[in-house]
Design a protein around this ligand. Structure first.
Ligand code: FRU
Length: 487
């Protein structure tokens, strides 16, 4: 009897050790308030759709490991865009077909005819089915239980040009023409095609756009959506946003139901994010009327994504970003700001003094400060052992992000993609606001009203619990916001 008690004691101690050693979601570099899967590989967000009070996030997912492969749609839901619940795989691969990127719509008028019983509302996923090195075509699958389970359409594909590369359909409802619109890429030709459909099952080619702007990499993951003009209620423009590998770009103009009419300069590149690690972002479909578009991107870069020093999990999503537009001179600038819901994570604000070095309690926090438009020289803030340096040169209006001092990931492409700079558009205010969300190994920087965003993974050699900040003028204290409650 004594013996059994002893064995049980050892067993209990072992189980206890196992749970604490594993500490789910507390591993090194594991982001806390950015979505990561419990385990395995993720890339692009797919099928972002709001339905029945839930924000659905599907994503490129490998159910079998932490490297890219076996692409399927993983699934998570959230009621507030901040707290996510991971659900079982929504659309699994069916070899030789794998399930590449795409979108999801809600079909309340049953245009697709998938309703089986009165009262049902189909959620329809439109994605690329990939047969490696042979064919990419567009398929659909439907769910009658709020995205929990999907049935693949019997007569797939719904759009097949017999091309090897033809992918990433983004579909949305266009009310003026009462049609579904699909934007879908020809990656190597660097162009997008627009199609329409009444049923989601048969598609008619409308027009094409591209090559334009950044044509150095293949074009992936298109999106076309209407964005409110900040400060002009009821006024909108259309934004065509996409991913010329390994970055992103956008164009602003109009969409007349048939074609995208670009109004942005094409000899200049406008990026939603000027850092190294922001890709494949798309916006939510079916948001309640009056809500500005919300985008989510993959925080990674294909040049080293497969090797980042993550654990059983690999890959993370950006913060949800609320989008609007601003006219700056003759240009349209996309404004991006973390969705308001993130404010719920505030534990406490601490005002830090000039030049103060502080030790942080943990490594998931927000820093907010202002830099003067009149200061001479370069103003800088650095984290850890200079592993991340954010800078601003008021005379050139250059915003900089430099992670070249980060010592936790020795990879040639990570190293050579470590210093990023961009010019703040227009005339900055006397005090330009900077917000830095730092989350274990992700830095997301928002400047001004969101005119500039920069996202970078920072794999530091040691703790990032040191901040060096030398204010350049009066009233430029640093606000440190401790965040909590993300799990
Ligand atoms: C973009 C992308 C898409 C493709 C998916 C495959 O990151 O290459 O074009 O559908 O990833 O996982």
């Amino acid at each position: 009897m004594k013996r059994i008690g002893f064995v049980l004691l050892i067993l209990a101690a072992f189980l206890n050790y196992r749970t604490s050693a594993q500490s789910p979601f507390r591993e090194k570099y594991r982001p806390q308030f950015h979505f990561t899967p419990e385990k395995n590989w993720i890339n692009d967000p797919n099928g972002l759709v709001f339905y029945g009070g839930e924000y659905h996030m599907f994503y490129q997912y490998n159910p079998y490991g932490n490297k890219w492969g076996h692409m399927s749609w993983g699934h998570a839901v959230s009621k507030d865009l901040v707290h996510w619940k991971e659900l079982p795989v929504a659309i699994p691969e069916a070899p030789p077909l794998t399930i590449f990127s795409g979108s999801a719509v809600v079909d309340p008028f049953n245009t697709s005819g998938f309703v089986q019983k009165l009262g049902q509302v189909p959620m329809v996923a439109i994605y690329t089915a990939d047969i490696p090195n042979s064919n990419q075509s567009q398929h659909i699958a439907y769910s009658l239980d709020s995205g929990r389970t999907f049935t693949k359409f019997n007569f797939n594909p719904v759009l097949d040009l017999e091309k090897k590369d033809f992918r990433d359909p983004k579909v949305f409802w266009h009310e003026p023409t009462k049609k579904w619109i699909m934007a879908v890429m020809w990656p190597h030709e660097k162009k997008v095609q627009f199609y329409n459909s009444k049923t989601l099952k048969a598609w008619t080619l409308l027009s094409e756009f591209g090559p334009a702007g950044d044509t150095s990499g293949i074009w992936e993951c298109p999106d076309l959506f209407r964005v409110p003009i900040a400060g002009s209620p009821g006024k909108y423009k259309w934004v065509f946003m996409m991913s010329p590998a390994p970055y992103m770009q956008y164009f602003v103009g109009e969409f007349d139901g048939t074609k995208f009419i670009n109004e942005s300069a094409t000899d200049k590149i406008y990026r939603p994010d000027y850092g190294p690690d922001y890709y494949a972002a798309i916006v939510y479909n079916n948001l309640p009327p009056g809500i500005a578009p919300v985008s989510i991107g993959w925080v990674n870069n294909w040049q080293y994504a497969g090797d980042i020093p993550a654990g059983e999990w690999r890959g993370a999503m950006s913060l949800p970003r609320s989008l609007s537009l601003k006219r700056v001179g003759a240009e349209w600038i996309l404004l991006q700001n973390p969705a308001d819901e993130l404010a719920s994570l505030k534990k406490k604000d601490v005002q830090l003094n000039a030049g103060q070095e502080i030790a942080l309690e943990d490594q998931s926090f927000m820093l907010e400060w202002q830099w003067s438009a009149n200061a001479a020289g370069v103003q800088e803030i650095s984290l850890g052992d200079n592993e991340l340096v954010i800078s601003y040169n008021a005379s050139t209006k250059e915003v900089g992000l430099d992670r070249s001092g980060s010592k936790g990931f020795d990879h040639a492409a990570y190293r050579s993609n470590s210093v990023y700079k961009t010019i703040f558009p227009g005339t900055p205010p006397a005090n330009l606001k900077f917000r830095l969300y730092f989350d274990e190994s992700i830095a997301e920087l928002y400047v001004g009203d969101g005119e500039v965003a920069m996202t970078a993974q920072v794999f530091a050699g040691g703790p990032m619990n040191k901040i060096r900040f030398a204010p350049s003028g009066a009233g430029q204290a640093l606000l440190y916001r401790d965040l909590e409650g993300y799990r």
